[in-house]
Design a protein around this ligand. Structure first.
Ligand SMILES: Nc1ncnc2c1ncn2[C@@H]1O[C@H](COP(=O)(O)OP(=O)(O)OP(=O)(O)O)[C@@H](O)[C@H]1O
Ligand SMILES: [Mg+2]
Length: 536
């Protein structure tokens, strides 16, 4: 026991006080503190703490939870009484080890920790808490004069420190300042998540950073007349993006005309694109306008552009360069104002190298290129996509299916999705049709996806006996299932960043055992490279 410790609080009226309650009643708080605590009280009314958040988060949205860590019982009690009076939720720990164990469940906004304690001192506690990924704010309590300790505490990441013996006003001012800062950080993160959420196209689902980069280019290119080349594997959403480009352009409201270049023979495709005059070929009974004409003022989407023949490539090049063409069998030169968007799942640059696709046409089409990443590289989009398709097909088939049963998301994340979003859509459609209940279970998925039986216990029943990593995974997956797959909303509920959720989803999608994954970068500060470099 430390001889220097005095288990009392010194407040302006402490000498006359008969008990902590009276002491607190007579303390005059500075206006700032009063305002802060009042606004914090108001915010508390809106708190909805989910079981998952309690388990996982050390930074709940507007929590007033304070964990007092001090080996002196009297000091803890004095603080607790005062903080309860002020409307804080309080928990206590008598040393660093006990505090560390209390962090996951109590999820304090602030840890008020003594520096000198047996078993584990305050600074070690702070370091260990950070290592384990908890980001509660720390306010250290140090004995008067130990300025070096205070500096060390601040270096270790403490938000502030208080000198013992404690002064009530100082405690309250520091706490409300720290909480205000936490609240502001949270608000900024929420705003950022909202902005990101808005930064999307109505029909294109997904909030992974990979898709965000696509949105970024599409947003900038859409309002212009620039030709856009959409690349990416089959089923990644190229057609959806082509439509979005049209919808986001001033040509919205004018025609969006699609031609599948792979579906027609060379001569039929030519007539389809440019039209034909009566009698220009066998079967051309009347004059027909081509798709270029129909798309005048609007957008022409040439899908599977890699499939067109060399002679048609020349004609297309001229139409794009000079914005004029003739109908098949016609002599009149027609001029149109068409914005062209093309797509292919072939490696078009490779086709150019191999001499199968004209280089000049390639450059003409490739003014802005957008590559849709395969779904296996952006598994963070899976929760939102699944939810989107459940809603779509539940409505289509008139079925009451609301979401996923525990464990189903895990199975969906582990699969590789060679057919990309189209395959996911088919799997969800089939599951909605077959599902006997109101939630999709792993049994409703095709056998190839089921794999080993996933973790399907409730978060509460996981404890004790599970690693923190498993508890965190269960919390993240269950929360995503609860919030319709939106990583931004899950991040809000769990009090962690969207990046962390995206990063974790990539981890869960891999087959890495949890212990291995647990050793990976824990916090939100990982670099893009780290987050992006781990694709599975
Ligand atoms: N981000 C997304 N959000 C919602 N639906 C999507 C998304 N991406 C793709 N889809 C859906 O997946 C299916 C396949 O998408 P799309 O047809 O756009 O793919 P594609 O890249 O053009 O494929 P292909 O190369 O085979 O033509 C469509 O039903 C589409 O609506
Ligand atoms: Mg397509």
């Amino acid at each position: 026991m430390k001889p220097s410790k005095v288990p009392t609080l010194q407040g302006p009226s402490s000498r006359r006080a008969t008990g902590q309650q009276r002491l607190l009643q007579t303390v005059r708080l500075p206006e700032l503190v009063r305002e802060n605590t009042q606004s914090l009280r108001r915010e508390r009314a809106f708190q909805g703490i989910t079981a998952a958040r309690c388990l996982l988060s050390s930074r709940p949205m507007e929590s007033k939870r304070i964990l007092i860590v001090d080996d002196e019982q009297n000091a803890r009690e004095a603080l607790r009484t005062m903080l309860l009076e002020e409307g804080y939720e309080v928990s206590e720990a008598s040393d660093g080890q006990e505090a560390l164990e209390a962090l996951p469940e109590f999820a304090p906004a602030v840890v008020l920790a003594d520096v000198r304690m047996p078993k584990m001192d305050g600074i070690t506690l702070l370091r260990k808490a950070r290592e384990a990924g908890y980001d509660s704010a720390f306010v250290m309590m140090t004995a008067f004069g130990s300025i070096e300790t205070a500096v060390e505490a601040m270096r270790a990441g403490a938000e502030n420190f208080l000198v013992k013996p404690l002064d009530i006003n100082a405690v309250l001012v520091v706490l409300s300042k720290v909480l205000e800062k936490t609240r502001l950080v949270r608000e900024t993160e929420t705003l950022r998540a909202r902005v990101q959420e808005r930064y999307r196209f109505p029909n294109i689902i997904g909030d992974s950073p990979e898709l965000q980069s696509v949105f970024d280019v599409v947003k900038r290119a859409a309002p212009t007349r620039a030709t856009v080349l959409l690349l990416g594997e089959s089923g990644t959403g190229k057609e959806l993006v082509a439509q979005a480009i049209h919808e986001e352009s001033p040509r919205k409201g004018k025609p969006f005309i699609k031609v599948n270049c792979a579906a027609l023979s060379e001569s039929l495709l030519e007539s389809e694109l440019f039209g034909h005059e009566k009698g220009s070929f066998t079967g051309a009974v009347g004059r027909r306008e081509g798709r270029f004409e129909l798309a005048d003022q609007g957008t022409l989407f040439l899908d599977e552009i890699g499939e067109i023949s060399p002679s048609l490539q020349i004609k297309l090049l001229r139409a794009l360069q000079q914005r004029e063409f003739e109908r098949v069998g016609g002599t009149q030169t027609l001029k149109v104002d068409v914005r062209v968007v093309t797509a292919t799942n072939r490696d078009l640059a490779g086709e150019v190298k191999a001499g199968r696709f004209r280089e000049d046409l390639y450059y003409r089409l490739n003014v802005v290129a957008v590559t849709l990443p395969p779904l296996r590289q952006r598994k963070g989009d899976i929760p939102a996509l699944v939810n989107h398709f459940i809603e779509k097909y539940a409505t289509n088939y008139g079925k009451v299916v609301r979401g996923l049963a525990p464990g189903t998301l895990n199975a969906l994340l582990r699969y590789d999705w060679p057919g990309n979003v189209r395959e996911l859509e088919n799997v969800v459609e089939r599951a909605v049709v077959l599902a006997p209940g109101s939630q999709l279970t792993a049994d409703d998925l095709p056998a190839t996806l089921r794999g080993p039986r996933p973790l399907a216990r409730s978060a509460e029943s996981l404890i004790p006996g599970a690693t923190l990593y498993d508890i965190e995974r269960e919390s993240i997956l269950r929360t995503l299932e609860m919030v319709d797959g939106s990583t931004a909303r899950a991040a809000e509920v769990l009090g962690i960043s969207v990046r962390k959720i995206q990063y974790r989803l990539k981890e869960y999608a891999s087959s890495a055992p949890s212990s291995e994954a647990n050793e990976s970068n824990e916090d939100d500060t990982e670099t893009d490279e780290e987050a992006g470099g781990r694709t599975h």
